[in-house]
Design a protein around this ligand. Structure first.
Ligand SMILES: Nc1ncnc2c1ncn2[C@@H]1O[C@H](COP(=O)(O)OP(=O)(O)OP(=O)(O)O)[C@@H](O)[C@H]1O
Length: 361
């Protein structure tokens, strides 16, 4: 593992020179050169659970470009959260039995940082700075004993050189940019004094404090009612577009994916089984699992699935001879259970992990 100052990405710069304006909220996503802001290649995270090894993330590859929303969707237990946590290197090393692959973040100044190999110091710098995170429960990020204003100001000062006065100005701007009014009053309130939707917005403002180029959002709207959910989704879309910020949106809600995402990775049993442009994947799925998942729409009022796919996902602590979905698949043939199935290109911009993908349209 590398270590030392050479590992720390240099001070964030915008195209054309160093950052001089601490506020500069609108151009956080700009970077020298092109290419994805995040690229994961062959990511594996296996957990040690007693004597067993749980293959929660088992060879995931994905890319997120500036301004793009990439959804990771799948049933409960498919490895979505473990993937998101692995991308941020947030999983406690003590419970990891095995990890491999590359997660490359392209920083604001155009440097590439291999997040799995980087020192803890670099990862701490990147997290909250280049990468922001939001979760289903805002209280995961918000501290109940500090005011909203204090927390955002601290987040800003951790990642930018700003005086307290300047940071308070930026905090007010951030609160406005996530659609909150009465910002003077909000700066002084504690998280529990806000409604669920407002807390979610405040958490998004917190996540933006370091001007991230990438936002990882894990089920950020699941606990909200439908109207507030729609507002938060709209907000994330606007932020992605205005800031050129890449977003990884983790959800079990396929209907939501078709509304918010540019591209989608459908996960099953720790692997991506289909990936492509969201609108096209749902209009013409090429993997039987995506078809089955799409058949589960619509969801009930609190997000619960009204239909379920018959059968159960496999135990991720077991061995897999062939396709992991074969036992539940309407299209399965004997060959599906004989050898592992690779994710492969099945048409331009679309990949699927199915030997019969060409027959499915
Ligand atoms: N700390 C852990 N130790 C052992 N196994 C774990 C751990 N965390 C998750 N797992 C297992 O890894 C697999 C993937 O879990 P993960 O939470 O990533 O799924 P998910 O798709 O996000 O599900 P959900 O939608 O319910 O959050 C599951 O089988 C889960 O039991």
């Amino acid at each position: 593992m590398r270590s030392g100052p050479v590992d720390v990405p240099s001070e964030p710069t915008r195209r054309g020179g160093p950052v001089t304006d601490v506020r500069g909220e609108r151009s956080s996503g700009e970077v020298a050169g092109d290419g994805p802001v995040l690229r994961a290649e062959g990511l594996r995270t296996h957990f040690q659970q007693g004597e067993s090894v749980v293959r929660a993330v088992d060879g995931v590859s994905l890319e997120v470009h500036p301004g793009e929303i990439v959804a990771i969707v799948g049933e409960s237990g498919s490895g979505k959260t473990a993937t998101g946590m692995s991308l941020m290197r947030l999983i406690n090393r003590r419970i990891i039995a095995h990890q491999e692959g590359r997660v490359t973040l392209r920083t604001r100044s155009g440097e590439e940082v291999d997040l799995l190999a980087a020192s803890d110091r670099v990862v701490r710098h990147v997290r909250g700075g280049e990468i922001g995170m939001i979760f289903q429960d805002p209280m995961t990020s918000l501290n109940p004993v500090f005011t909203i204003g204090n927390q955002i100001v601290e987040g800003i000062r951790e990642h930018r050189s700003a005086s307290r006065h300047e940071a308070r100005e930026v905090a007010r701007d951030l609160l406005r940019s996530v659609g909150l009014g009465e910002v003077e009053r909000l700066m002084r309130v504690f998280p529990h004094q806000l409604s669920g939707g407002m807390r979610q917005r405040a958490m998004i403002a917190m996540a933006l404090a370091g001007r991230p180029r990438l936002l990882i959002a894990d089920e950020p709207t699941t606990a909200l009612d439908v109207t507030v959910q729609a507002q938060i989704v709209r907000l994330l879309q606007d932020l992605a577009a205005e800031r050129g910020m890449g977003v990884v949106f983790i959800t079990h809600d396929l209907a939501l994916v078709s509304r918010i995402a540019d591209r989608v990775c459908v996960m099953y049993a720790g692997q991506v089984v289909e990936a492509g442009a969201a609108a096209e994947v749902f209009a013409r799925p090429r993997h039987p699992y995506t078809i089955a998942l799409a058949g589960c729409i619509p969801y009930g009022p609190s997000g619960e699935r009204l239909n379920t796919i018959p059968g159960k996902p496999p135990n991720l602590a077991g061995e897999f001879a062939g396709c992991r979905f074969a036992a539940r698949c309407d299209y399965a043939v004997p060959a599906c259970s004989e050898a592992p199935v690779a994710l492969r290109a099945v048409e331009a911009g679309r990949s699927a992990r199915c030997i019969r993908a060409e027959e499915i349209s």
